[in-house]
Design a protein around this ligand. Structure first.
Ligand code: ST9
Ligand code: ZN
Ligand code: ZN
Length: 326
């Protein structure tokens, strides 16, 4: 492995974005009871139901699919995943490494395949998720249960605290990044091309797959899988697994989620050290995204990779961990 640029590891206790410290806001049952009534956004409910029915139907088309279409679906899944993990999450929301313009453009395109809201909106919600973790100001507050943190939060109006406290979040770095600003401005057009048209048309044009099969498998099934893999980080990885770094918080080390979500399941570590570019104590272990960023570092597209020193991790484990090995 090439040596990392360690210039920024010294500020691990004072992250510029203020995301490194988990705010230990004590539970307030009285406040939870005061929650305003949930307003369901039926348009989203119906669209998600239709999407999942389409994805389920696509499973029956798989045996009749050309093998090239299958490979293409895996590739598009992987590109969309990198757009979220290496892009929106590790680069833009956490600034855990820096990327040159070509890589930022590539990740911006990949992110548009994922159709998970623009990088700007995704990062704003994610910064709120870390800063106000598991309170009403956290957009997918896991204290409201599995369904809410998985998909429910996208089907209801946000809690007023999300909007109110979210105003405290600084987004100037994102607004000043031309790739992020461009993607936000042209978001729906980019999604139409990268999430829907390209994944569907490439198999039909290049190897004669039917548009019908390509639409159901490469678009609906792949989109549904990427969404659910991402949502598992908010739901399952906030509920099940060991807590070797901080037993006082719910985010946990969940290997199944790490596998599905391209390396993003080491969530106890990530909430304790959110600006580690690997989102894990370890490198490539169940973590294709770290492999990808390391490769980008090798070819000069990624730099200033931030890694937490081993002695700091060990001290933290001894102080607040649950004693589990991993
Ligand atoms: C999707 C996102 O799926 C998934 C994100 C998951 C994150 C996971 C993180 C885990 C770690 C990374 C793991 C990656 C793993 C990847 C694996 C891949 C294999 N702060 O939102 P609005 C204000 S998207 C501050 O409309 P409503 C603001 O003024 C799926 N302010 O609220 C805003 O105006 P504007 C597809 C905030 O009306 C205004 O409020 N997309 C904040 O309550 C209104 O905002 C969908 O399904 C904040 N945080 O509606 C769309 N938030 O924006 C779903 C809001 O103009 N979304 N404000 O500045 C919606 O339809 C709506 O947002 C809503 C709420 C109905 C949910
Ligand atoms: Zn989390
Ligand atoms: Zn994060």
């Amino acid at each position: 492995m090439p040596p990392r640029n360690k210039t920024e590891t010294q500020d691990y206790e004072g992250d510029i974005l203020g995301l490194d410290q988990v705010e230990m806001i004590p539970p307030d049952p009285a406040h939870a009871q005061k929650r305003p009534p949930t307003v369901i956004v039926w348009r989203n409910v119906i669209l998600f139901i239709l999407l999942h029915i389409g994805a389920f139907y696509a499973l029956f088309l798989l045996p009749k699919t050309m093998y090239q279409t299958f490979i293409w679906t895996v590739l598009i899944f992987w590109l969309a995943a990198q757009g979220v993990t290496a892009g929106a999450h590790r680069l833009w929301a956490h600034r855990s490494y820096k990327a040159r313009l070509p890589l930022r453009i590539f990740l911006g395109m990949c992110n548009s395949i994922s159709f998970e809201n623009s990088i700007l909106e995704w990062s704003r919600d994610h910064r709120a998720h870390h800063k106000f973790s598991e309170t009403d100001a956290d957009p997918h507050n896991a204290k409201r249960g599995f369904v809410f943190s998985h998909i429910g939060w996208l089907c209801v109006k946000k809690h007023p605290d999300v909007k109110e406290k979210g105003k405290m979040i600084d987004l100037s770095d994102l607004k000043n990044d031309p790739v992020v600003a461009f993607q936000d401005r042209h978001y729906m057009k980019l999604v139409l091309v990268f999430c829907f048209i390209l994944p569907t048309c490439v198999p039909a044009v290049f190897w004669g797959e039917s548009l019908f099969n390509a639409f159901y498998i490469c678009t609906l099934l792949r989109y549904t899988l990427v969404l659910n893999a991402t949502w598992l980080v908010n739901s399952a990885a906030h509920m099940w697994g060991n807590r070797p770094y901080d037993e006082r918080i719910n985010p946990a080390e969940n290997f199944a989620v790490a596998l599905c979500a391209s390396g993003e399941g080491f969530h106890n570590y990530h909430h304790v050290f959110p600006h580690d570019y690997s989102t894990s104590e370890f490198g490539w272990h169940l973590n294709i995204t770290t492999l990808f960023i390391d490769f980008m570092y090798l070819v000069g597209q990624a730099y200033d990779l931030r890694k937490i020193p081993k002695d700091v991790i060990l001290r933290r484990k001894l102080r607040t961990g649950d004693g589990s090995k991993h």
